[in-house]
Design a protein around this ligand. Structure first.
Ligand code: NAD
Ligand code: GLY
Length: 381
């Protein structure tokens, strides 16, 4: 076994096994691209990306794939969460059909979680399934979305509502790509890194607290450890519960509140990681109100989220709107919202909570409503 594969984080579900390769410079490392599905024949590789990421990393990826596939082409989707929809997904299908792509075609998702989730869904459905490889280029995608096989698009009424479980053939995390990530996106990725502490590993949480300045400064060793430990925890969870019949729901800590922020404000207004960061503050506060965890722990978590450059106060929305949005959450059952709560540092549970208590948490952690437009202003514009 090559050292690259020896150091890989392994994901093993009932029906699939794959490696997560984590290292700087993997786009230019031939071993990272050897041994992929359907390599060597008259097969096509299709890179799915967006203009921002393609401008930076499409050329090296094409070069890496050229020795293995007869044709390499690229389809670009519009950038951003607001475009994680049917229209963008169709661009992938249009490209695949126009090029006569068959079942031996392999898709490569080059980008953040938006590109990764859409490419995975396209791969799951094109000709009822073709292989795909995740090449995540955001911190969020490297520590979370590229691993575990959740693929989806958004619906105006709810986040990630249309999708499939479909595992990639490999995940290639080139840590060097994080050098070009805007600071706001780096912070958004840190939200999902921080998440793994309260739900699974308080030693890791302590490590993040101590190493936050190094992470924000993009210290290579700190980023490598953060990505590797996050992937190990995610692989451990997904290996036990691929389809979220139980344990996997803990990965959604902060997401019930967070998805409501994203859908309520309109996709893309807040970054996914920002909404999750604020959502974790609210879920920890709810856990404390329910007597599950010491309020001091909720405050410790809030302090780390704030220090990571993430918002800790939610946008103003009426409580009824929050509750309506959260009732659409995929964990809800028969109209009852179920929250991922912390029942002790490093330990999560999934439970309902009384609406009155939830409303109190929303009020406590929301920004005040914006002042009404002045008379003679542009109300209704
Ligand atoms: P994103 O995909 O929108 O990427 C963020 C921005 O960074 C984009 O503008 C992108 O073009 C740009 N970018 C990407 N890589 C870059 C680089 N190396 N240098 C410069 N710019 C770069 O956002 P994201 O935070 O990566 O992903 C969020 C999405 O992931 C959400 O849709 C969320 O629902 C999804 N998600 C899925 C899972 C899952 O398990 N499938 C888990 C978590 C999040
Ligand atoms: N990000 C949540 C999950 O993968 O289950």
């Amino acid at each position: 076994m090559t050292p690259l594969l020896e150091n890989a984080v392994k994901v093993a579900t009932r029906d699939s096994r794959y490696d997560i390769l984590i290292q700087p410079g993997l786009l230019a490392t031939p071993a990272a691209w050897a041994g992929l599905p359907h390599a060597g024949g008259a097969t096509q590789a299709v890179i799915v990306s967006n203009p921002t990421v393609a401008a930076l990393y499409e050329a090296p990826l094409r070069q890496a794939l050229a020795p293995h596939y007869a044709q390499v082409s690229t389809v670009l989707l519009p950038d951003g969460e607001a475009h994680k929809d049917w229209q963008s997904l169709n661009l992938v299908f249009d490209h695949l059909l126009a090029r006569g792509c068959d079942r031996q075609t392999v898709l490569f998702a080059l980008g953040g979680g938006v590109v990764g989730d859409m490419t995975g869904f396209a791969a799951a459905s094109y000709m009822r399934g073709v292989p795909f490889v995740q090449v995540p280029t955001t911190l969020l995608a490297q520590v979370d979305s590229s691993v575990g096989g959740k693929t989806a698009i958004n619906h105006p009424l709810g986040k990630n509502m249309i999708g499939a479980f479909y595992q990639p053939a490999r995940v290639v995390c080139d840590l060097a790509t994080l050098a070009t990530l805007p600071p706001r996106e780096l912070s958004a990725g840190l939200a999902e890194v921080i998440k793994y502490g309260p739900i699974a590993d308080m030693a890791f949480f302590g490590w993040i607290e101590s190493n936050l300045p190094a992470l924000l400064a993009r210290d290579p060793a700190a980023l490598a450890h953060a990505v590797k430990r996050s992937c190990e925890i995610k692989a451990w969870v997904v290996g036990q519960d691929e389809r979220e019949s139980g344990l996997r729901a803990i990965l959604n800590f902060g997401h019930t509140f967070g998805h409501a922020i994203e859908a309520g404000l309109g996709y893309g207004e807040w970054l996914h990681g920002e909404a999750v960061g604020c959502g974790m503050v609210m879920a920890a506060s709810l856990s404390a109100d329910l007597g599950l965890v010491d309020p001091a722990f909720a405050q410790r978590l809030q302090a780390l989220i704030a220090a990571a450059g993430l918002p800790t106060a939610a946008p103003a929305m009426p409580a009824s709107r929050w509750l309506d949005l959260m009732r659409l959450d995929k964990k809800a059952s028969a109209g009852e919202i179920r929250f991922v709560l912390i029942e002790g540092p490093g330990q999560a549970t999934v439970r309902p909570a009384p609406d009155a208590l939830v409303s109190r948490v929303i009020e406590r952690h929301s920004l005040p409503p914006a002042p009404a437009a002045a008379a003679g202003g542009t109300a209704g514009a």
